[in-house]
Design a protein around this ligand. Structure first.
Ligand code: PEP
Ligand code: MG
Length: 868
């Protein structure tokens, strides 16, 4: 039978899985010779055994921990349950992955009236002893016996009022004894310390399943099956008197990453008082002043721990009667900027390697470098605060509607869109806004989700903001008012709303971040490209490190105001000649757009996808819009109506789109290829090195590919000879249909690259419509029918399997094909890891996710598990 109980002297930091993070670190500190109050740990295996047995403690467990307890007594020189020399315990949870504050803790365990009297005698401090006992009763009752904690607070308040006492410190030993008597009427706490211990162990195991722990695990992807360890540790007391106290500290600043010891301390206070924030803690300099020797010991300990763990540590300590004790150490939580600074600094200090530094930064941390931030050093006059829904800082004029936002933006002004809440109707305003501020909505509201997706700074749930669109004002809870046109600044990292233009630190200002990205480039194998159509997006992507365009959706180029009507007229054409006339006009636009793109992406591949969406997407659908279009293109309304309704499809996403358009309208494809090649030729004549890649969408069989390839080759020959330039180009296909992936061996000889369009491939593999799945996916997630939204994170089991088959079988037919991914998954770190393992050559994602993809690609290659 496996050992269920470990003394602190029997484990090490490598035993996280078995002993939990907290327990493993207590063991490690013990073996480092640090002053850790001794104790033992009941393993996470025992927790799982407990659940498997229907929430029953193993019959031999008590016998096992009593042996350990004897040894703890010897080491501490006190005895559990002995009134003459009592040993008290703290009993705490400790999962493998840290879940701060999510589970239960019981302090001062081992007290009853008789032992409390003994403690009072032994310490000569009856007030302290009775205070400990009342704290224990309250904790035990609410944590173990499920009593209502508030009723204890209530009784204490009543007692104080009745005895004319204001603060807890005004209560003396007799008062606390009287409070204990009252508490005893509220809960039936067992007298026997061993009964207390058994019940507490059970309660800690049970706390694994409290609703808040469940929610936390769900949010942080922690498996429900792990279970928690139980740490049973001898108590030390920070509330012993004025030469005692409790503190928490970080070995470096967790907000900025600055290499400076940083912490807080409360004199004459138990650890929970510091965490609860009832009294304002003092800086550590106060401890240094009053107890310099203790401070020295603390300082040396934190330095030793950081060096030992080779990471920034978050520590908890207690001072009892001038004696220093370490209670906890763990990797400290930090902001994105701090995580990068610390990782880069530690490489400089020789503490960690570049590879390790890369693994210390989560892709989410990287987000904070992609947006300008409000300068932390700037003076800020906060008029309201909401939820930091989307990171970054933004300044602009206040507008109260999407229409105003658009007007002002068109006039060249930065705007902050202020709304009660946003809906999809507001998208056009959100798109042009520098920032978004809403009165309602949480972190997953429409405004929050959309803003994050767009990379626009947003604050939601700004409670107390009262918006009056008619009068063009908003007032805050404190009475400040914002009028239409006022300039305000939003801090999307803190949720602060400020008047005026507050200075920003530019996103790319951090040298540390650039250093980290250069390491990412050194250690990754996957190339990273961007999905972009405009020269602006392409330039941004290149600046952020994109090594090419993996997907240029040419249809986006036809939506601009100066060409949409030509596109529509082309679609509405009734003869080939008529259509050709419009196509000639469109070719000029397409040529110019691509020329600009090739110039920006000089020397890098640009994958241009042939027209993909169903044609009806370009056409109006309301009677007024149809009427007005008919007038503009000079056609009878009835004719336009007839063509529009003729293009209507029952299942447009499975309909007349992709290369099916090339089959029916080869002239559209010819126009596009001519534009691509002539733009590339012109770029070459101007001294650029364009690398066009022509991509065929929504392929299902090899004959389609041959048909389109023939059109492409023919057009390339024509244009090249007309312009006397030999344009290098590649032809490839998107892999978006299950049939294409399963027939990849047949496609292989015809193409030079394959790019997985995992948006459509997911849609078709699941049979979940991309456009409608949002209605039921949250329910699927809620009912645990799926673990993640397959449109966000690649489904490895089926979609991934199709990809794997496609790669394996096409590769066996032809060497040298390049493989990429250009669906949304190309910017998702988990999917990127999968793509790396599949052996893809590149991922392509939206420009502002490029740095995240660079880091994720490096992490996939370095292959270590990221630190939590
Ligand atoms: C895809 O289907 O994954 C893809 C990239 O194409 P689109 O999103 O344009 O359909
Ligand atoms: Mg697609």
């Amino acid at each position: 039978m496996a050992k269920r109980v470990y003394l602190f002297s029997e484990g090490s930091k490598e035993d996280r899985d078995l002993l939990g993070g907290k327990g493993a670190n207590l063991c490690e500190m013990t073996s480092l010779g640090l002053p850790v109050p001794f104790g033992f740990i009941i393993t996470t295996d025992t927790c799982r055994e407990f659940f498997e047995a229907g929430n029953k403690l193993p019959s031999l467990l008590e016998q096992e921990y009593r042996v350990a307890l004897d040894l703890v007594e010897k080491r501490m020189g006190a005895r559990f349950g002995d009134p003459e020399n009592p040993l008290l315990f703290s009993v705490r949870s400790g999962a493998t992955v840290s879940m701060p504050g999510m589970m239960n803790t019981i302090l001062n365990l081992g007290l009853n009236e008789e032992i409390t009297e003994g403690l009072a005698r032994r310490t000569g401090n009856p007030r302290f002893a009775w205070d400990c006992y009342r704290r224990f009763i309250q904790m035990f009752a609410s944590v173990v016996l499920d009593a209502n904690g508030a009723s204890f607070e209530h009784e204490l308040e009543r007692y104080k009022a009745a005895h004319d006492k204001k603060l807890d410190v005004d209560l003396d030993a007799d008062d606390w004894r009287a409070v204990v008597r009252i508490y005893q009427t509220l809960a039936d706490v067992p007298e026997d310390p061993f009964d207390q211990l058994r019940m507490a162990v059970r309660a800690v195991f049970m706390s694994w399943h409290t609703p808040r722990a469940l929610v936390y695990r769900e949010m942080n992807n922690i498996p429900d099956t792990l279970g928690t360890a139980v740490n049973v540790q001898a108590m030390v007391f920070g509330n012993y008197g004025e030469d005692s106290g409790s503190g928490v500290a970080f070995t470096r600043n967790p907000a900025t990453g600055e290499h400076k010891f940083f912490g807080e301390f409360l004199f004459n206070a138990a650890g929970e008082d510091v965490v609860a924030g009832i009294r304002t803690p003092l800086p550590l300099s106060a401890l240094e002043e009053r107890l310099p020797a203790v401070y020295q010991q603390l300082f040396q300990t934190q330095a030793l721990l950081e060096k030992h763990y080779r990471d920034m540590q978050d520590i908890e300590f207690t001072v009892q009667e001038g004696k220093f004790f370490m209670l906890q150490t763990r990797g400290g939580k930090r902001t994105g900027r701090a995580s990068v600074k610390i990782a880069v600094d530690m490489v400089g200090e020789g503490l960690i390697t570049e590879r390790e530094a890369l693994m210390r930064v989560s892709p989410e941390h990287v987000e904070s470098f992609l947006h300008p931030m409000v300068d932390p050093a700037a003076k800020r006059d906060v008029i309201a605060t909401g939820l930091p829904a989307s990171p970054g800082g933004a300044t602009g004029r206040v507008v109260f509607s999407a229409e105003e936002a658009q007007e002002q933006a068109e006039a060249g002004h930065a705007v902050i869109l202020v709304r009660r809440e946003t809906t999809p109707e507001d998208i056009h305003g959100m798109k042009v806004a520098a920032g978004i501020l809403t009165e309602l909505g949480g972190m997953t509201s429409h405004a929050a989700v959309v803003a994050r997706g767009m990379g626009v700074c947003a604050i939601t749930g700004c409670d107390g903001l009262n918006i009056n669109v008619a009068s063009g004002t908003a007032t805050t809870r404190d009475g400040a008012s914002i009028r239409r046109g006022d300039v305000i600044t939003l801090d999307g990292n803190t949720g602060d709303v400020m008047l005026g233009d507050i200075a920003k630190v530019e996103a790319s200002d951090s040298d540390d971040f650039q250093v980290l990205l250069s390491w990412a480039d050194k250690y990754r194998r996957l190339k990273v490209r961007a999905n972009a159509e405009t020269p602006e997006d392409a330039a941004r992507a290149r600046e952020l490190g994109a090594e090419g365009i993996g997907l240029c959706r040419t249809e986006h180029m036809f939506f601009a105001a100066d060409r949409i009507d030509i596109m529509r007229a082309m679609i509405l054409s009734e003869t080939r000649e008529e259509r050709q006339g419009y196509l000639d006009q469109l070719q000029v636009f397409q040529h110019d757009d691509l020329l600009a793109l090739f110039k920006v992406m000089d020397g890098l591949p640009v994958t241009v996808r042939l027209l993909d969406p169903p044609l009806h997407e370009f056409l109006p659908h309301t009677p007024e819009d149809i009427r007005s279009l008919a007038q503009r293109v000079n056609k009878p309304v009835a004719k336009v109506e007839e063509i529009v309704s003729g293009l209507t499809e029952v299942n447009p996403m499975l309909g007349f789109r992709g290369c099916r358009l090339s089959v029916v309208y080869p002239e559209i494809t010819q126009m596009q290829v001519r534009a691509i090649v002539s733009a590339a030729a012109e770029a070459m004549q101007a001294g650029y090195r364009p690398m066009p890649e022509i991509m065929i969408p929504l392929v299902v069989n090899v004959r389609e590919v041959r048909l389109v390839t023939d059109i492409i080759d023919q057009c390339v020959r024509e244009v090249s000879s007309a312009m006397s330039v030999s344009v290098p180009y590649r032809v490839g296909t998107m892999m978006e249909t299950p049939r294409a992936t399963l027939g990849a061996d047949r496609l292989a000889p015809e193409v030079e690259f394959m790019s997985f369009g995992t948006n459509d491939l997911t849609q078709m593999t699941y049979g979940f419509s991309r456009d409608d799945a949002g209605r039921f996916i949250p329910k699927y997630l809620g009912k645990k029918l799926i673990d993640v939204d397959p449109f966000v994170s690649l489904d490895e089991r089926a979609v991934g399997r199709l990809m794997e088959i496609a790669i394996r079988e096409s590769r066996s037919r032809k060497k040298g094909i390049k493989y990429g991914i250009c669906g949304e998954h190309g910017g998702d770190p988990r999917s990127i890891r999968f793509c790396h393992n599949l052996g893809l050559d590149y991922v392509s994602c939206s420009p502002f996710r490029v740095p995240i993809a660079r880091i994720a690609a490096a992490q996939a290659n370095v292959g270590l598990v990221p630190n939590d």
